[in-house]
Design a protein around this ligand. Structure first.
Ligand code: BES
Ligand code: ZN
Ligand code: MN
Length: 493
């Protein structure tokens, strides 16, 4: 899809469709909207009065273009005015997704608010994302050419072409992240992720893959214990950007949970919706995709992506509840629940990242069902130590239209994870378990660290206005932005 900047005003732009945000506050119409409506011969006002578009209920409505040069006007629910990149990204996504399978090849997007570069970039990333089709990964014989039809060109009124060109590269990264997460566990198993990552050598990255013998030698028994039940052996994938070596005293490791399938292991999950657990590698998908994107737009960033990849499976060789393992940092863990596997693989991956010279850490993980229960599909929960490092991560998220919310890292709860046999248990009583999941991981880090729980936000459980059912590539844009800020010395912590 082509992204083009144009200085034209909305009343004279030529396209098949002009997308126009409508806000709750547009009663009466703001001047800019009233002017467009007058140029269109009043069709927007009519559509709203006829009940074809209700700002309180509808995501969008496609109406005729009236006396404008465009054939159709797409009224888009503008959600909330003044939300900057979040609003812009959502609008871009709703607009192109609404036109999937339609006859429109050229869409003009009028954001109305005076967006800055972040706003236009977010709109562009959203617009590309709205065209994403999970069915394209494996192909479906029942899909017709018309069903596959997407907008071919989006014109951003008032944007800067340089911003759009860069956004296109970032959108590519998000798409790859979604593909990696959406791919089935019989197709994308740990070694396959290593192969995918190895392709980043073409982008100048150094790719290291640790196999079982090396990991055993390093003492990564927390990770190995999780992977021991799977037919496909675990691997740890590390991608270092060209700038990593020159990072010196400022090096960022982004570490993503890579559970290619989470059956729960011996602490088996219920069958209902278990197929969604192929997405338990979404964190790994985000960090690998962010690394590729950064390698293309900011190769000098001192960033390394680390993806511990495992299958969490039951079986005769699988880890048992009650097993005790010693993590790479020396701490012993009583595995009280084999389904709390994410924190086990992150424990070793984060510690390993520190041994490689990381000075700052961010982990991204589909870690807990309760994060999804509490925050839903739009908001990712994070924990930070120190909190200003969390502020940097949150600022990066907001700049790209992602929505993060901080949770307290209450180390007071540490004693609730005490074990009679080991330093710590991996799972205890349900009360406070979201916080305790972070308190557990905290035990394995010594550097500034943020833990991001994307359990609710990594994939949609049904089709949405902005995205098809399946992975959305959450955190990818934030990690890219954080890498850019980090390279520019803009991160404060
Ligand atoms: N991958 C799951 C978390 C998850 C569940 C993500 C549902 C998205 C949707 C994770 O490995 C897990 O099983 N967590 C357990 C932890 C518990 C055993 C302490 C959970 O949330 O139930
Ligand atoms: Zn899991
Ligand atoms: Mn689990």
């Amino acid at each position: 899809m082509r992204l083009r900047a144009e200085a034209t005003d909305p009343a004279s732009v030529e396209a098949n469709v002009l997308a126009v945000p409508i806000y709750r506050e547009d009663e009466p119409f703001g001047d800019d909207l009233a002017n467009l409506d007058a140029a269109a011969g009043g069709v927007i006002r009519q559509a709203i009065e006829w009940g074809r578009f209700n700002i309180l209920e509808d995501y969008f409505a496609l109406i005729e273009g009236g006396s404008l040069p465009v054939e159709h006007i797409l009224l888009v629910n503008g959600v909330r005015r003044g939300r900057g990149p979040w609003r812009a990204r959502r609008m871009g996504g709703v607009a192109t997704r609404a036109l999937q399978g339609k006859g429109a090849s050229r869409l003009a997007l009028w954001l109305r608010d005076d967006e800055d570069a972040d706003g236009f970039a977010a709109a562009a990333v959203g617009a590309v994302g709205g065209t994403y089709r999970p069915a394209d990964i494996y192909g479906r014989t029942r899909d017709t050419a018309a069903m596959k039809r997407n907008v071919e060109e989006v014109v951003f009124l008032g944007a800067d072409q340089v911003v759009l060109d860069r956004a296109a590269l970032i959108a590519d990264g998000v798409e790859w992240s979604r593909d990696l997460s959406n791919r089935a566990a019989n197709d994308l198993y740990p070694e396959k992720m290593a192969e995918e990552a190895q392709a980043l050598e073409a982008d100048g990255c150094t790719v290291e893959v640790l196999h079982v013998p090396e990991m055993r030698q390093l003492g990564m028994n927390a990770l190995l214990g999780v992977g021991q039940g799977g037919e496909h052996p675990p691997v740890l994938v590390a991608v270092k950007l060209p700038g990593w070596e020159k990072g010196g005293d400022r090096r960022l490791a982004i570490v993503g949970k890579g559970v290619c399938f989470d059956s729960g292991g011996i602490s088996l999950k219920p069958a209902d919706k278990m197929e969604e657990m192929k997405h338990d590698k979404s964190g790994a998908a985000a960090v690998i995709a962010a690394a590729r994107t950064l390698a293309r737009i900011a190769p000098d960033a001192a960033v390394m992506a680390v993806a511990p990849m495992v299958e969490n499976m039951p079986g005769g060789r699988a880890q048992r509840p009650g097993d005790v393992v010693q993590a790479m940092n020396g701490k012993t863990i009583e595995v009280t629940n084999t389904d709390a596997e994410g924190r086990l693989i992150l424990a070793d991956a984060l510690h390993w990242a520190e041994t490689q010279g990381a000075t700052h850490l961010v982990d991204v993980a589909t870690l807990t069902g309760v994060a999804a229960m509490a925050f839903g599909e739009l908001i990712s929960a994070y924990f930070a130590k120190p909190r200003d490092w969390g502020d940097d991560v949150k600022a990066a998220a907001e700049a790209t239209g992602e929505w993060f919310w901080e949770m307290p890292l209450a180390t007071e709860y540490r004693t609730l994870l005490d074990s009679p046999y080991a330093d710590i248990v991996n799972s205890a009583a349900r009360e406070g378990s979201l916080i305790k999941s972070a308190v557990f991981i905290h035990e394995f880090t010594t550097k500034p660290w943020v833990h991001l729980d994307i359990a609710g936000t990594a994939w949609m459980t049904a089709d949405k206005a902005t995205a098809a059912k399946g992975a959305v590539g959450v955190a990818t844009t934030t990690l890219v932005r954080l890498g850019l800020d980090f390279a520019a010395g803009e991160a404060s912590a």
